[in-house]
Ligand binder design. Structure first.
Ligand SMILES: [Ca+2]
Ligand SMILES: [Ca+2]
Length: 207
């Protein structure tokens, strides 16, 4: 350690003896960081399909393995969804990150209406998730004793039609939506085909 004379005084106002930078004093003892990082809070949003994780300390970003995360419906479950997500954004202080679920993850979770629809059925388990900057690995949270999510935001985004196609040989219409849909909710009498953008306008196309 180096020290400026102005760092501290004795009780009579006399400056502490400075230690020059080229003659630094070696520490008498160093207590290394042996404490593993933990997850201090977590939040799953099914509106944005993101999983936010806050850590107890800064972590080594390069050790983070998003695919180590399993989202499951209860503390003890063997049929959870192991994430395939690889789109991760870390905060500058490396104490939190946001994982964007892959399309396959999102579809899987939405299709399973008993999974991740509220706090009560959203749990996470993981093994080898991340290590801190001293190399201490986060302890495994098994799928038999998973951790409940701290905060949950449900899906409040309306689905929308992204495109459609018509096969006049087979006589069918294919509709593509922005997300997994409830097949039993479809009502085929509620959509119509029209020849122009403005269905109310007079059709002047040929023939
Ligand atoms: Ca630590
Ligand atoms: Ca939705």
């Amino acid at each position: 350690m180096a020290l400026d004379a102005a760092t501290i005084d004795d009780v009579f106002g006399r400056d502490v003896v400075a230690i020059a930078r080229n003659r630094g004093l070696q520490a008498k003892s160093v207590t290394p960081d042996t404490i593993s990082p933990t997850i201090s809070s977590s939040k799953l949003s099914m509106s944005t399909s993101t999983l936010f994780i806050a850590f107890s300390e800064a972590v080594n970003v390069s050790t983070f393995v998003s695919t180590a995360i399993v989202i499951q419906a209860s503390a003890n479950a063997t049929d959870g969804r192991a994430l395939t997500a690889t789109d991760i954004t870390f905060a500058d202080d490396a104490q939190s990150c946001t994982v964007i679920l892959s399309d396959a993850d999102e579809d899987h979770v939405k299709r399973n209406t008993g999974l991740a629809t509220g706090l009560s059925n959203t749990f996470v388990s993981y093994s080898g998730l991340v290590a801190d900057l001293a190399g201490n690995s986060m302890e495994t949270v098994r799928n038999t004793a998973a951790a409940q999510i701290t905060e949950f935001n449900g899906d409040s985004v309306k689905p929308y039609l992204t495109g459609f196609g018509i096969d006049m040989e087979l006589g069918n219409v294919a509709l593509n939506f922005s997300e997994v849909m409830n097949a039993s909710s479809v009502n085929v009498r509620k959509f119509s085909l029209q020849a122009t953008v403005d269905g109310a306008a007079v059709d002047t196309s040929n023939p």
